[in-house]
Design a binder for this molecule. Structure first.
Ligand SMILES: Cc1cc2nc3c(=O)[nH]c(=O)nc-3n(C[C@H](O)[C@H](O)[C@H](O)COP(=O)(O)O)c2cc1C
Length: 236
């Protein structure tokens, strides 16, 4: 048991250990941008992002563009660092001069690979172990107009194949190695402490549902990958 004494402190940031996300968006002029973010939560098929209004990403989302949230794995911290001090914003909004930190092609800078999405006109990033396609529903200004709270609907979740059990088609949390941003340090979180009661109950109810319907998770995975190979319309 560690101490229960407390000392009041004020960390520079309250990044408690959020996954690092490479967020891809497209500007109204059609230019693709990507940038690292970490303020996100999800519930059901809703994801909520906290994005600075002064960023290219924030402007693209506020202009009504779609989004792909690419969740970075542990090995991708150098790519996050390569983009940390640059922007897809051109030019400076006040002076109209080209910003010194302007980077028009962060895919080239980072060496990351674009792959097309199924239903949004924004690319995914092949190297990211999870890629979430989202449709932006609304943005709300927060903290005296400094950042957007962006709400998006999850359309598709793509994961690297080694993260899915080939027998059951279920996602394998033990294989998940997200890169975390913790008080501005890149950290890993790879150890499972326990499987929750809720996870066990969900597995039980899935297995009874499969018995009743006769259609297994694996059948559903097969039909999804056939659809993906056959090519889906880019936009819903
Ligand atoms: C690991 C990491 C996490 C970040 N998280 C956020 C965030 O959650 N929200 C935000 O507004 N900026 C965040 N930033 C800063 C943006 O990446 C930065 O403002 C970037 O220049 C935006 O690029 P853009 O103008 O091309 O969109 C983060 C930076 C790093 C390196």
């Amino acid at each position: 048991m560690t101490t229960t004494d407390t000392i009041e402190t004020r960390p520079d940031v309250l990044y408690l250990g959020n996954p690092v996300l490479f967020v891809t968006t497209r500007s109204p002029e059609g230019q693709v941008n990507l940038a690292p973010f970490s303020s996100m939560w999800t519930l059901g098929d809703t994801m909520v992002l906290g994005v600075s209004c002064g960023s290219r990403t924030g402007m693209n989302l506020a202009a009504g563009g779609d989004v792909v949230v690419n969740v970075a794995g542990e090995s991708l911290w150098p790519a996050a660092e390569a983009m940390a001090e640059s922007t897809g914003l051109h030019p400076d909004l006040d002076t109209r001069a080209v910003r010194p930190d302007y980077d028009p092609d962060k895919f080239a800078t980072t060496g990351l690979t674009e792959v097309p999405s199924l239903d949004v006109d924004v690319p995914r990033i092949a190297e990211c172990p999870m890629q979430i396609e989202g449709r932006v529903l609304r943005e709300t200004r927060a903290q005296a107009g400094h950042f957007w709270i962006v709400e998006a609907k999850v359309l598709h979740v793509h994961v690297h194949s080694e993260l899915v059990d080939p027998e059951t088609a279920r996602f394998l949390p033990e294989q998940w190695r997200p890169l975390l941003y913790t008080f501005r340090h890149y950290r890993a979180a790879s150890r499972t402490l326990a499987v929750s009661k809720r996870a066990r109950l969900a597995a039980q109810s899935r297995s009874s549902a499969n018995t009743v319907s006769g259609s297994s998770d694996r059948d559903q995975l097969r039909s999804h990958s056939q659809m993906t190979r056959a090519g889906m319309p880019r936009r819903a």
